[in-house]
Design a protein around this ligand. Sequence first.
Ligand code: CDP
Ligand code: MG
Length: 739
Amino acid sequence: MAKIKHRALTSGGTSEKPAKRPRVAWMDESDDEAHSHKINGAEALKSLKFDAQSPRPTKKQKMAGAGPSGSKQAAMQEQRKQLPIALGRDAIIQEIKDNDVTVLVGETGSGKTTQIPQYILESGLARNGMIAVTQPRRVAATSLASRVALETQSQLGSLVGYSVRFSDVSSDKTKIKFVTDGMLVRELMGDPEMERYSVVIIDEAHERTLRTDVLLARLKGILKKRNAVPTEGKGKGKERAPKNPLKVVIMSATLDADKFSSFFGNAKILYVQGRQHPVAIYHTSTPQPDYVDAALRTVFQIHTDQPTGDILVFLPGQEDIESLDKSLQLYAKRLPQDAPGILTCPLYASLPASQQQQIFVPAPKGMRKVILATNIAETSVTIPGVRYVIDSGKCKEKRWVGRGVGGGFDTLLTRDITKSSAWQRTGRAGREAAGSCFRLYTEDAFSALPLSAEPEIRRCSLVASMLQLKCLGQDLEEMEFMESPDQEGIAQALMALYLLGALDDRKHLTDLGRRMAFFPLEPALSRAVLASVEFGCTSEVLAIVSVLSASSKLFVDTTDSRESAREAHTKFRHISGDHLTVLNVVRAYEEVLQAEGGADGRKASRAALKDWCVRNYVSHRCLTEALEIRAQLREYCERQAIDWRASCGDRVGEEQAVLRSLVRGLVQNTAFLQPDGRYKQVIGHSIVKIHPGSSLCDKKVPAIIYDELVYTTQIYARGVSAIPRNYIAEVPLLKHKGS
Ligand code: CDP
Ligand code: MG
């Protein structure tokens, strides 16, 4: 492995530092020399012998330190008192008491998310209702709920709970509920004034997700209603007070809080004085196009050259994390016997709950923990013990590509981070002591980064939010947002909802639209479920939709097992393409689930199921999650008086019915074959190719539907099925197409 040259940030680089971030100290030139010599010294790495096994921790060692035993609990309570926010507790509560809206800014790790809800609870401010704490990501919502439950010495789901899509761990006793911002928007449909909450905390507001912006816009209206002083009645004081007032707290880790304050009529801004130790910053001397490889080498450079302390690596997504994880484990095995070992901990959005808590457990003695995270570890989750940060400079961003009515698509793109993210990532190295941050990009590249990200409302599809707001009697295009969506985005969403039959030609919500919004699914998928009622195949469509809604992919297909995976997948393959292939997998899995248990009627053991999945190169995690999702979707169907057992019976009828249902939902995801073998969108202008991972990859069929488009060197359709052209013509608004 060649070494990567890192140059320390020279003092000139400090001009890039936002004026209000004084707590990060910078190395001067002389320190720089000394340090970079140490980092760059080729000898250290060369002398590393990669020839012996390193001790891996046993399960028992891994679990050491977990669980709130008596002394642990005491230590945790002591730690709570030491948090920077603890000093400001009374002042903060007083401000929240005195104001409808409070904006709270504090450095990551200062205790905002875990402490503020508890302070509010203890203060009695939430006597009449619950406290909601929103998070943009589900991993953050669930892991923070676990932490606060631990701190309050309660069972998760009683006093403290969470609610994220397809998983609700709360009860009548719940007072503090962590929710994804998307979940709280959904709740609005059943509780438009958020009456069950006394306090709504919008956390991580700086991320400006679309759902957060929708919530902020709605809260403004709700506050006016709920906090208005009744004009009726002659009474004074208490009698004139609003019946069920609402408090809103907006929390952010970045300093640009003025926007939130002015949106809420110059709401009070409180700053929590954080604690930040100096962090030395290093940039690479040359650009590193292969950031995963660069990260790998840097981890070992730190591991061999630097004193103890955990390493936090920021990567854009799960695939890169898994790939680096593999390489690290491979090389770690070849560390000399007496060298400290490496313990890797991945952290990304779809990480199963069972692995989440592992991140917070200290590494066993003599081991160095290497956390591989997406930007989730930037501000929402603070991991103790980190002294070194490796920043790939990349993140994944959801973006609507090729905007325009009918055209374009939402896709996840790997892109450069912003300066604001770079500073946040750097800060993670200096939480507990002085640290170092290794940026895998040059100083020039850093200077060229944009300052902060564009809010999602300006760059993502508005379809789902527009539908939800319609159900609340609100027109997205007329609402007051912190930043308004652009006309193109609005036109695209209106068109999509019209094509789905959710809006009529006067932009009014239809009964169908209301029923679509009821399901916790993308509008396109709920439309397919509703269409399945008409075609008598709800059981089949629910199975497929559940897999599509799971957070991980069904088919396991890594570079080193591609051939065997393909072979294993052949037996599931359906001639029409990927959707019915998915159905075949679910059916085969269910057969194993039922059959393995044998005569005593018990279900198959987890190990047997896992084994079956491994042998067939399908993801056990995806299938387990999909079956849970399906169980929930069945409940939603029951509430809508839909018979989820409805099934076609015969295989030919089934294929037609399922594909027809899917076309109703994926109407915008249809394309016709072109003479050159590529496909052109029926609605929209993109020319697409079938993804190499699809079972239809090298087939030419007259028309296709697909789940999504991915944009790499060209535009690929993923999750593809062949359909007769006339299925498209059957969609009520597309009669002229396809015939
Ligand atoms: O929200 P903010 O970034 O201000 O901080 P927080 O999430 O409330 O975290 C406060 C402290 O609790 C941090 O120092 C974390 O290290 C610690 N914490 C933890 O040890 N385990 C968790 N699961 C969550 C937080
Ligand atoms: Mg927080």
